[in-house]
Design a protein around this ligand. Structure first.
Ligand SMILES: NC(=O)c1ccc[n+]([C@@H]2O[C@H](COP(=O)([O-])OP(=O)(O)OC[C@H]3O[C@@H](n4cnc5c(N)ncnc54)[C@H](O)[C@@H]3O)[C@@H](O)[C@H]2O)c1
Length: 245
């Protein structure tokens, strides 16, 4: 039987790496994209050990439409299709608005929001043609709640929600589903940068009483792209231990 394949952007570490592993455990071919390539061999090895079919890595900056478009074409020419796209690559450049530079604002929007546009635009035309596909966009609880010092990040993650719903309406009739996952407070390199007192404050807001794991988010992504979610599109699934309800 032909393997399904999944493309994970920002897939070398953190949530993206866990998403790759979840699909690997389910026998998918995995395509990893990242701007860095440090730790690439180890990552590929772990995916293969977890049960992936073929594993491909490409150094791709999701903010660059030309790079994204030719890397998607490469997937289609090698594998003939793309079943699942997970727009996970994301960055933060935190600052109070009063001190935020134009560059800090632009960089976060161009990776998080425009990156999602670039990858979805390049992939969805192939999905529409096959009348099959699933796109999952990683938003954030911050895109819904807002957060001091993160106006750029919150705007990018809120933008992803509007983008998800609009694209879901555009391509639903072609059997392409588009959903978003809004993780809460997840243990990764991104959150390790926060001071311990901020982490302790956040933990008090989580009814399940713990930070989330990268696997918690990866399992929701896998569910959303699976046949168990065949009638779900245009949704934002909160994976945040009840932090926002
Ligand atoms: N960690 C959390 O608590 C949390 C909460 C909500 C949402 N998120 C979102 O989940 C996603 C993953 O976060 P994480 O915590 O694993 O982050 P991370 O920093 O650990 O990993 C992000 C990955 O994306 C890659 N990347 C960055 N810019 C890129 C670009 N331009 N093109 C391609 N790859 C790029 C990085 O090299 C890295 O491998 C992000 O979109 C983030 O906003 C994280």
């Amino acid at each position: 039987m032909e393997n399904k394949n999944a493309l994970v952007t920002g897939g070398l570490r953190g949530i993206g790496h866990a998403i790759g592993l979840e699909y690997a455990r389910n026998g998918f071919d995995i395509i990893l994209w990242d701007v860095m390539d440090e730790g690439k061999d180890e990552s590929i090895d772990l995916l293969k050990k977890a049960g992936a079919g073929e594993v491909f890595f490409n150094k791709v900056n999701v903010a660059d439409l030309a790079q994204v478009s030719s890397a998607i074409d490469e997937i289609i020419s090698k594998q003939g299709k793309l079943d699942v796209l997970i727009n996970n690559a994301g960055i933060t450049k935190d600052n109070l608005l009063i001190s935020m530079t134009e560059d800090e604002f632009d960089r976060v929007i161009s990776v998080n929001l425009k990156g999602t546009f670039n990858c979805s635009k390049s992939a969805v035309k192939h999905m529409i043609k096959r009348r099959s596909g699933s796109i999952i966009n990683i938003s954030s609880v911050i895109g819904i709640m807002g957060n001091k010092g993160q106006s750029n990040y919150a705007a990018s993650k809120a933008g992803i929600i509007g983008f998800t719903k609009s694209l879901a309406k555009e391509v639903g009739s072609r059997n392409v589903r588009v959903n978003a996952v809004a993780p809460g407070f997840i243990e990764t390199e991104m959150t390790k940068k926060l001071p311990p007192e901020v982490i302790a404050e956040y933990a008090k807001l989580i009814p399940l009483g713990r930070m989330g794991s990268v696997e918690d988010v990866a399992k929701v992504c896998f569910f959303l792209s699976s046949e168990n979610a065949n009638y779900i599109t245009g949704q934002v699934i909160h994976c945040d231990g009840g932090m926002l309800m």
